[in-house]
Design a protein around this ligand. Structure first.
Ligand SMILES: [Zn+2]
Length: 494
């Protein structure tokens, strides 16, 4: 008798490709003069006959959107053909006022690039098929028995970045999305706000037995609006597809939506084929001719990208990898760090970089979190942080005092030296003899704790440090006090 072998989960390879949509930070819409900043505006106030899809109106290409798309394509190592064009994608959904979307079909603005990411210390190169330009749709909101439409979003420039099916796990897809967001924010072309829907992502996902060349039937997953939901939705979908195949079923090509609160994907509709859209060249727009001078002009003006910045922080400042990763992940924080370094007039640049990074990533970030503010919204200027670091270098403040001064500067926006003066903060005790005397007094007064420490309770030392700090009203440096206490208590061998 032959037993059928049921393939195990490990027998399947996961294949994922992502389509990322990003609204572009242009001032006006893609083909009309309507302003894009509609986030806090009443519905249907940022509209005109063009984005309302009235018959007989003529669209005009937003040149800034074209520049932003070329910038992105170059940052993703794509080539920019000299000739491209816009096409009509016919689309029978109510969120498109015209009954079609202006998009790009067979000759997009750019082709064939890649993005590199780091997966558990290994460099992975994910192919980029194309970056093209289209327009966003209107927003529908569904209510019991009726639906409402807000046309403010319709016509907003929307850039689509299509990857090759090169990702092999949901985790890799999340890393790709995070890296993509970083690049778009560094370029200044996208707000990067997934939670607001200005940056969105759809995934094509399939499974196949290891070793098989042919791709399996894919499903398209929508509605993933955070990095976490990208990973979770794809993990769920992998399991769902494997279960179907193991039970001898067939995976249907379809579009599925991720339902965050239930943690499942559900079928939305069967997937359209390209011919369902009846693409044809947009007759109301001229072809898009991109000169080589324009491409090179944009290339030289590209800002520093996150990978380059990371490498520079290591080479120039000798910062450890953990620091560079956190400082570059959030562009605003990295920019702030640079301003601190620029305003720092010190000889030892590396030591200053390390102390600036330490204070930024611990105390400053902590204060920002307690007030739910970003670094740009804080009243602490880079000059104020430099001033604090200078006072620490000059040993004018202890670490403990510096934290208090920083918290004050954080709310008042004043310079630390002004706060020190105003509050009459005394300089740290540098007189070694005086400090030793206080240490001896504290040991004498706390004989029990001292003998506990000598008996092996190392934690007891902190209690003694605390007592000395209290005696000196915080004017002693904690690490010096600790050293002196050890010297006295550990005996001559220390
Ligand atoms: Zn308009």
């Amino acid at each position: 008798m032959i037993e059928a072998t049921i393939p195990t989960e490990a027998a399947f390879e996961v294949v994922i490709g992502l389509e990322v949509h990003s609204q572009l930070l242009t001032k006006s819409k893609m083909f009309c003069g309507c302003k894009t900043g509609y986030a806090n505006e009443a519905p249907n106030t940022h509209v005109c006959p063009i984005c309302m899809g009235m018959p007989g109106v003529m669209p005009v290409i937003n040149d800034e959107a074209v520049t932003y798309t070329i910038m992105t394509a170059l940052a993703l190592n794509c080539s920019i053909p000299e000739y491209s064009k816009f096409d009509r994608k016919n689309y029978p959904y109510p969120d498109l006022m015209k009954g079609y979307q202006i998009s790009q079909y067979d000759v997009p603005l750019s082709l064939g690039g890649y993005l590199t990411l780091n997966l558990h210390g290994q460099e992975r190169r994910i192919g980029i098929t194309r970056v093209h330009l289209e327009e966003d749709t209107a927003r529908l909101s569904h209510h019991p028995g009726y639906s409402l439409i807000d046309v403010n979003r319709a016509g907003t420039p929307l850039m689509e970045i299509v990857s090759e099916p090169d990702m092999r796990s949901p985790e890799e897809a999340r890393l790709y999305m995070q890296k993509m967001r970083e690049i778009l924010v560094y370029l200044g072309v996208s707000s990067g706000r997934m939670e607001e829907g200005s940056l969105r992502c759809d995934a094509n996902i399939s499974i196949r037995p290891f070793g098989q060349q042919e791709l399996g039937v894919k499903t398209e997953i929508k509605n993933m609006n955070s990095f976490r939901s990208v990973e979770h939705a794809l993990e769920y979908e992998v399991q769902r597809q494997i279960a179907i195949v193991r039970e001898g079923g067939v995976i249907r090509q379809e579009t599925r939506g991720w339902v965050e609160n239930r943690g499942v994907t559900v079928s939305q509709r069967s997937k359209e084929q390209a011919h369902d859209y009846r693409y044809f060249p947009e007759p109301d727009l001229p072809p898009l001719l991109i000169s080589r001078e324009r491409v090179e002009g944009i290339r030289v003006l590209l800002p520093e990208l996150p990978d380059t910045r990371r490498a520079r922080y290591v080479a120039e400042y000798g910062l450890p990898e953990l620091d560079t990763n956190v400082l570059t992940e959030d562009k605003a924080l990295g920019d702030y760090f640079e301003q601190v370094m620029q305003a720092s007039k010190v000889k030892d640049r590396k030591a200053r970089a390390k102390s600036a990074s330490n204070w930024l990533l611990s105390e400053v970030v902590r204060l920002l979190n307690t007030q739910s503010r970003s670094i740009q919204e804080s009243s602490l200027t880079p000059a104020a942080l430099v001033n604090l670091l200078d006072l620490l270098d000059k040993e004018r403040l202890t670490g403990k005092q510096a934290k208090e001064v920083l918290a004050e500067a954080f709310t008042s926006g004043e310079l630390p030296e002004v706060i020190v003066e105003k509050k009459g903060i005394k300089p740290p005790i540098t007189d070694q003899g005086m400090l030793e005397q206080i240490v001896e007094e504290v040991i004498a007064k706390n004989a029990k704790i001292a003998s506990d420490y000598q008996g092996g309770k190392t934690n007891a030392l902190q209690a003694l440090v605390g007592q000395v700090m209290k005696q000196t009203r915080g004017q002693a440096k904690a690490d010096t006090v600790q050293l002196l206490l050890r010297k006295k208590l550990d005996g001559p061998q220390a």
